[in-house]
Design a protein around this ligand. Structure first.
Ligand code: AMP
Length: 280
């Protein structure tokens, strides 16, 4: 595996790859790699000649300075894991390499960013859009892999790729879960041990609602009540059933489309998100 920390190193390596006519698969992450990330790399490895990973904790997508500062950084372990899944090129740029000048560019995603995560994390998706656009220019992948775990992020990147004509195919990969259903996340290590068993309630609530669909919003809130405060330590931020393509509320026009059940909740100071797509 070749490790590059500067854009010029990366471009040198990629020029050779392109000369050979090999297909480039790309998996961008913020590191602290877990099995969920590795499932993306495995899929990429199966489908592309060359696997490129980027690890970069992108400061401009954080809306909370403490969250950025506390974000786990496990570079040595990440590099070992990348070797293990057959990654060919790892790109680990510094903040100044990625942003030689302060980033002032803003990208607006219209309605798609006004809902769910966008409501609670203003500016987050603009920061994601800017960094992914930069990485796509740098890596020029044929295919890029993202997780359904961040469904809204995937749809926003798809919108950007379509509207700015990036020549890349996007693949949305299934959510990898812990033995009890908790969606794997780099943040899970920060869940206090004594509360960890309650984290499973998030997936349980998604399962329960998916069995009962279709439900009105009031019925949905009743259905999930036993899983969240005041019965438990899980504090619900939102739980919504939306059109899985537009993330807008389900109504007569989009009846018959797949529905995404999307949830965000806090447990012991850690913000957790999850979702499930149901065909109803
Ligand atoms: P992150 O490093 O958290 O920005 O995530 C990098 C990529 O891994 C994103 O496309 C995520 O959606 C994806 N990802 C994170 N957690 C999981 C998971 N549990 N299962 C599948 N993909 C995931």
């Amino acid at each position: 595996m070749q490790i590059c920390t500067t854009l010029s190193e990366l471009q040198k390596v990629l020029t050779l790859v392109k000369q050979k006519g090999q297909t480039v698969g790309f998996v961008p992450t913020m590191g602290a790699l877990h099995e969920g990330h590795l499932s993306l790399y495995r899929r990429c490895q199966q489908e592309c000649d060359v696997v490129v990973a980027s690890i970069f904790v992108n400061p401009i997508q954080f809306t909370n300075a403490e969250d950025l500062q506390k974000y786990p950084r496990t570079e040595a372990q990440d590099l070992e894991l990348l070797e293990g899944v057959g990654c060919d090129i790892a790109f680990l740029p510094s903040v100044t390499e990625m942003y030689p000048q302060a980033s002032t560019l803003k990208i607006s995603f219209g309605e798609l960013e006004s809902v769910l995560e966008g409501k609670y994390r203003p500016g987050h998706f603009s920061g994601v859009g800017v960094v992914v656009a930069k990485l796509f220019h740098m890596v020029q992948p044929d295919v890029a892999y993202f997780g359904q775990k961040d469904l809204q992020q995937f749809l926003i990147i798809q919108q950007m790729v379509d509207q700015l004509s990036f020549p890349v195919k996007l693949v949305c990969c299934d959510i990898s879960r812990d033995h009890d259903g908790l969606a794997l996340s780099s943040r899970n290590v920060r869940i206090p041990a004594e509360l960890r068993n309650q984290a499973a309630f998030i997936y349980q609530s998604l399962q329960e609602v998916s069995k009962q669909m279709p439900l009105s919003h009031e019925q949905l809130l009743k259905c999930i009540a036993p899983y969240y405060a005041p019965n438990t330590d899980l504090e619900l931020e939102y739980f919504e059933a939306v059109d899985a393509q537009t993330l807008l509320p389900v109504h007569e026009d989009n009846l018959g489309h797949p529905i995404a059940l999307c949830v965000a909740a806090h447990l012991g100071g850690v913000r957790l998100i999850d979702n499930k797509i149901v065909q109803k």
